[in-house]
Design a protein around this ligand. Structure first.
Ligand SMILES: *[C@@H]1O[C@H](CO)[C@@H](O)[C@H](O)[C@H]1NC(C)=O
Ligand SMILES: *[C@@H]1O[C@H](CO)[C@@H](O)[C@H](O)[C@H]1NC(C)=O
Ligand SMILES: *[C@@H]1O[C@H](CO)[C@@H](O)[C@H](O)[C@H]1NC(C)=O
Ligand SMILES: *[C@@H]1O[C@H](CO)[C@@H](O)[C@H](O)[C@H]1NC(C)=O
Ligand SMILES: *[C@@H]1O[C@H](CO)[C@@H](O)[C@H](O)[C@H]1NC(C)=O
Ligand SMILES: *[C@@H]1O[C@H](CO)[C@@H](O)[C@H](O)[C@H]1NC(C)=O
Ligand SMILES: *[C@@H]1O[C@H](CO)[C@@H](O)[C@H](O)[C@H]1NC(C)=O
Ligand SMILES: *[C@@H]1O[C@H](CO)[C@@H](O)[C@H](O)[C@H]1NC(C)=O
Ligand SMILES: *[C@@H]1O[C@H](CO)[C@@H](O)[C@H](O)[C@H]1NC(C)=O
Length: 682
């Protein structure tokens, strides 16, 4: 009965240009033991119906089918002028490669930054490393004049929009951001790996597109801060949350002559002595470049109009009408292809819908309503529209964006779905290298064994920051890369991320030949959704917040002692203790209700398990950014995607250097934890 899978038509939403970000998983906390699971895994009858519906051929077809793109520059250009008058003009575009049809697509567009500022500037330029606050502090200490110059910055680490913001805040007039093969770990031509299209290493002309909105201040449509973007809604001045200087994005092969012109000028890259400053572009010493006499002329003309986006929503009604589970992925891409981002998630979403359709044909109904969402314009902002109506329903949120970009399974989640996320890994056969008898759990436990903390940069943001249990799935391609980022990210970004080479051809040849990983990840997410919607006891474990809260508290204590501030953490410690007590009592009561099989009482416990985490939010939002309301996690203000824990307190100390503000946030955070504890109790 496909009919139960109601396509609720499309919900249109007017939206000016929007955005998206790559998600690193920098904090890894929950190290699990090795598995004693049997092979092949045991599946009950319903699980078998769902699993058997998965098919690598149709997933591959879905992956090929999605060819979309969104919103663009009118024109852009960049010219390097040497002091002797000769010039170099980068292409701002990937090379076409014959093997990969989408790279020569007639509608392909040059690389650009979403939400970038329209403007023409021409000036001397300075290499500014990754353009974080600390990089600028170092440049200032070195006496480099930044005012009126163009910033040449390197990708990697923090979210790209923050580079533009920091340059702008230091009086610079434009930003050019380049990709550096030094961030690709061992997957480089220099280390003997062949470049795309003949091998998996980065093609030298690869360019990373993406938004430069100030994501850690506000995600979503920047002209409608804090509310959904609809055609007749008032539009705010967006100058505080999008750049006021132009920016461009270039490949490393285009960056080479531009960096080379700075060689020997200013302070040599090694002498700058900043983590991540020196990359691996041949012939380049990563000097700051002051006084080189070389100039850049950049032009970036964007079409600042409003367009329409479409969110497609499918619903399978549950028997408990006020319990809902949402599974979503975005559909829009920065490029013609987008095989990993987002098509791997879209292909999985369609195959998952098909599997639930097959199950519904057997007469099965979920306990909880399933909402499947194919979001539009995640790349341009993050879904905000559904927040008000979801506020009163009990909703965990499952997200699959980069569902597959390679063979290593990687999950990030809030603490309460950790246990279910981990145990279901033992039920799925996983193709890895040439092994035929592995399950996801084995590979995950061997390669990482830790569940990441959610930050921002994806559709789960709007849910997470309203305190809704969220899970994000993103297997990665690359293994064991060095820690090249300031934050402790253990893996380099996906090499083709937001480039024309994130294509079906790349996916079929290097990313996931045979689409076996797509199938396994799709099966895993399907099983996760199935248990979320059909287990009599909703599989969320509030008590799993306790060890996490204690870990975050330790990190906070060490940040505080490294600073020279004195703050009183006793109320926070007490609140965590009170939460621990409530969580223990909750577990005891729920166990008792389950043993007496009291359905009404179990429903009460299910509501508590889904609702308590909303208590962790603080109504007014974090300092300087009201959208972000979760007092436990937020994207770092100077990092963007990666999470900071206890953000109100941590950043009051580390960024605002304001002990009084920190003390206020200790109060707000403690109060929020006590609210969560009381929801569990009631
Ligand atoms: C699902 O529930 C909604 C709201 O109660 C109702 O309007 C709709 O008709 C139901 N759909 C099906 C297929 O039963
Ligand atoms: C696996 O089995 C060993 C030996 O029987 C036991 O010590 C260990 O706790 C088990 N691990 C898990 C995760 O069940
Ligand atoms: C101009 O300067 C650039 C950079 O130093 C150099 O590569 C080029 O050969 C010079 N051209 C002439 C004509 O001197
Ligand atoms: C900006 O630069 C582009 C490319 O050089 C040029 O076509 C355009 O006319 C310039 N616009 C302004 C306002 O100077
Ligand atoms: C800007 O976008 C609007 C709406 O999509 C379109 O009608 C218009 O032609 C575009 N303008 C230019 C100069 O491309
Ligand atoms: C890169 O390769 C070298 C040499 O094989 C190896 O020692 C190193 O561990 C690798 N680095 C990573 C991060 O995998
Ligand atoms: C703490 O104070 C000492 C002594 O005044 C100073 O040297 C140090 O830089 C300060 N540390 C921080 C993080 O402000
Ligand atoms: C701790 O909480 C108590 C009770 O709410 C309050 O009276 C006290 O001022 C708080 N202490 C600090 C240091 O904020
Ligand atoms: C628990 O109660 C439900 C509904 O009353 C019933 O369907 C189920 O079989 C019972 N389970 C057990 C283990 O008694």
């Amino acid at each position: 009965m496909r009919a139960t899978l109601l396509l609720l038509a499309a919900i249109g939403a007017g939206a000016c240009q929007r955005e998206r970000a790559f998600q690193h998983h920098p904090y890894r906390h929950v190290k699990r033991q090795s598995s004693n699971a049997t092979f092949p895994p045991f599946l009950d009858v319903i699980e078998q119906v769902l699993m058997n519906s998965f098919d690598t051929v149709s997933i591959s077809q879905w992956s090929y089918y999605y060819n979309l793109f969104l919103n663009y520059p009118i024109s852009n250009s960049l010219v390097l002028s040497h002091s002797n008058g000769t010039t170099f003009t980068p292409t701002l575009m990937e090379d076409m490669v014959e093997e990969d049809e989408t790279t020569s697509y007639p509608n392909r567009i040059p690389a650009f930054h979403g939400y970038s500022f329209t403007g023409n500037v021409s000036a001397e330029y300075v290499y500014v490393g990754r353009a974080q606050q600390v990089d600028f502090e170092r440049l200032i200490a070195l006496g480099v004049n930044l005012e009126g110059k163009i910033a040449l910055a390197k990708y990697g680490g923090p979210y790209r929009g923050l580079r533009v913001k920091n340059a702008q805040d230091h009086g610079m007039i434009g930003t050019v951001i380049f990709t550096d093969p030094g961030d690709d770990g061992n997957m480089t031509e220099a280390k003997g790996v062949t470049a795309y299209p003949h091998g998996p290493a980065r093609n030298p002309s690869t360019v990373q597109r993406g938004s430069v909105q100030f994501l850690s201040t506000y995600p979503g449509d920047p002209t409608t801060p804090g509310y959904a973007s609809k055609p007749d809604f008032p539009r705010a001045d967006r100058s505080d949350i999008t750049p006021n200087i132009p920016s461009l994005t270039i490949s490393w092969i285009d960056a080479q002559p531009i960096l080379e012109a700075l060689n020997g000028f200013g302070t040599n890259g090694r002498a700058v002595n900043r983590n991540g400053w020196v990359g691996a572009i041949p012939g380049v010493d990563y000097s700051t470049g002051a006084g080189s006499g070389a100039t850049l002329s950049m032009s970036n003309i964007m079409n600042d109009t409003c367009g329409t986006i479409w969110n497609v929503v499918g619903i399978i009604n549950g028997t408990n009408p006020d319990e809902v589970v949402i599974f979503g992925n975005h559909r829009d891409a920065w490029i013609v292809g987008g095989a990993a981002d987002p098509n791997s998630g879209s292909a999985v979403l369609i195959e998952l819908a098909k599997a639930f359709g097959a199950l519904a044909e057997t007469g099965w109904k979920p306990l909880r309503t399933i909402i499947l969402c194919s979001w539009d314009a995640e790349e341009y902002g993050i879904v905000e529209e559904y927040i008000p109506c979801l506020k009163n329903a009990a909703v965990p949120y499952l997200n699959a964006d980069l569902a597959v970009s390679g063979p290593i399974p990687d999950v990030s989640a809030l603490p309460d779905p950790h246990a279910i996320s981990t145990s279901l890994m033992k039920k799925i056969v996983y193709p890895y290298r040439s092994a035929t008898n592995l399950i996801i759990y084995d590979v995950w436990a061997h390669e990482s064994g830790e569940i990441g903390v959610l930050g921002s940069g994806n559709d789960y943001t709007a849910f997470l920051h309203r305190g809704i249990a969220s899970i994000d799935m993103a297997p990665l391609l690359f293994e064991g890369a060095p820690d090249t980022h300031m934050i402790a990210s253990s893996r380099p970004p996906l090499i083709n991320y937001h480039s024309n080479y994130d294509s079906y051809h790349w996916m079929a040849k290097f990313g996931d030949p045979g689409f076996h990983t797509h199938k396994a990840i799709g099966q895993y997410l399907t099983l996760l959704l199935y248990h979320m919607v059909s287990d009599a006891v909703v599989p969320l474990e509030p008590a799993d917040y306790v060890p996490q809260l204690k870990t975050y508290l330790k990190a906070l204590q060490s940040d505080i002692s490294a600073s020279n501030f004195t703050v009183d953490l006793s109320n926070l410690t007490a609140a965590i203790f009170a939460f621990e007590t409530s969580a223990r009592e909750f577990v005891d009561i729920r166990t008792k209700d389950v043993s007496t099989n009291d359905t009404a009482l179990i429903t009460v416990q299910n509501h508590k398990a889904s609702d308590f985490s909303r208590g962790f939010t603080s109504q007014g939002g974090l300092p300087t950014r009201e959208f972000y309301q979760n007092t436990l996690f937020a994207p770092g203000r100077d990092i963007g995607y990666a999470p900071v824990t206890f953000p109100g307190i941590t950043e009051s100390i580390m960024i605002d250097k304001d002990a009084k503000l920190a003390q206020e946030w200790i109060k707000k955070t403690s109060d929020a934890i006590l609210v969560a504890a009381s929801i569990l109790k009631n």
